[in-house]
Design a protein around this ligand. Structure first.
Ligand code: GLO
Ligand code: MG
Length: 347
């Protein structure tokens, strides 16, 4: 019997309304307050927002616990009023002077302690927002100089930090977002396999999973659809950042499908195959506007990514699986290849 198709829920972060600055030039759009972003998310009909801890509570390092909790509760109320929820909260562990040499894997024990303390505050914020999923993008966990750190000891540091977080709140789950490089030359958790291996060393492996980002898989030279399949086989895909990336260069965060529509189709097909979203997971687009984007087109990259995604859901659901099966049985991959192309071209 055919399974009933499920609906997807969509999520976006305030950082996805970026102002166009790059290492070579200043912003091209004026900074907007959080309320403007919230308004855009509501207007576009997205379901949820993603937060860094300091998107939710700015300057939290300067604030006392009670104030942090109060501000987070106020934000929760604004989200409730807007009919939105917080999908994830992620500690921003790459801005502070204390994370210059890494956060959990810094060579300085004081800095490692800061990173853990900050992560526990992040969990407090998530709790006040009614959010159970903490995302760890391990931005600075890696090296510029190979000999500066011991990669094996760094695995222990990562596990120790995650264990402290798991112990701080028994109801949260942690999703590791792998990325092979940028800002680091070489990162310690470059792929989903690394993330899931680290999860196995933690005190409660069931509560440690992954978030996959398309661009990060491509930067690692991997196929995003295969990474999705791999994580889903372990029941570990708890969030996803769909976007696109034109080869091996800086992390581009282009609109979903804008470089490789076929790969985007394969990613959607993998999500459909595993009924991603039917257990409450969200589809997030970690995309940025082009630097050239005018103020009046500021949200287009998000709306367009969702449009492409939904079209591809239709394409995945209308793909002639029986015909594909016959071609596979006959090892006629030439016609299978063409069948995919013609299905995408609508001919
Ligand atoms: C950067 C990451 C970043 C994270 C975000 C949430 O390359 O994709 O945008 O997704 O900080 O942790
Ligand atoms: Mg991301």
């Amino acid at each position: 019997m055919a399974r009933k198709p499920h609906q997807y829920r969509f999520s976006v972060g305030p950082w996805n309304f970026s102002e166009g600055q790059d290492p070579y030039g200043p912003p091209t759009r004026p900074a907007q307050p959080f309320d403007w972003k919230l308004e855009q998310v509501k207007r576009m009909g997205f379901d949820a927002m993603m937060f860094h801890d300091d998107d939710a509570v700015p300057d939290l390092d300067e604030k006392k616990d009670a104030q942090i909790r109060r501000e987070a509760r106020e934000l929760k109320k604004r989200l409730d009023d807007a009919g939105l929820f917080a999908e994830i909260v992620a500690p921003r562990l790459w801005f502070s002077p204390k994370t210059i040499d890494g956060a959990y894997t810094s060579n300085d024990p004081k800095c490692r302690r800061y990173a853990i303390e900050r992560s526990l505050r992040c969990i407090d914020i998530a709790r006040a927002l009614g959010c159970k999923l903490i995302v760890l993008w391990l931005a600075r966990e890696g090296t510029y100089v190979r000999e500066s750190k011991d990669a094996s000891r760094c695995v222990d540091y990562l596990v120790q930090a995650i264990d402290k977080m798991l112990a701080h709140d028994k109801s949260i789950r942690i999703a590791i977002e792998p990325k092979p490089n940028e800002p680091m030359d070489v990162a310690y958790i470059p792929t989903i396999g690394h993330a899931l291996a680290v999860a196995q060393l933690c005190s409660d492996p069931k509560r440690v999973g992954a978030l996959i980002e398309t661009a990060h898989c491509i930067l690692a030279g991997l196929d995003p659809a295969d990474e999705i399949d791999f994580a889903c086989r372990f029941g570990k895909l708890w969030s996803i950042h769909l976007n696109d990336q034109n080869g091996l260069k800086f992390d581009q965060d282009k609109p979903f499908g804008s470089v490789n529509l076929r790969s985007a189709f394969d990613q959607v097909r993998a999500l459909e195959r595993h009924r991603y979203g039917s257990r409450g997971e969200c589809v997030a687009f970690d995309v940025h506007p082009f630097r050239t984007t005018k103020v009046e087109h500021w949200s287009k990259h998000l709306e367009n990514s969702r449009r492409t995604f939904l079209h591809l859901v239709e394409k995945a659901r209308s793909f002639d699986e029986a015909a594909a099966k016959e071609l596979i049985k006959d090892r006629n991959y030439a016609d299978l290849d063409q069948m995919v192309l013609e299905h995408l071209m609508g001919v």
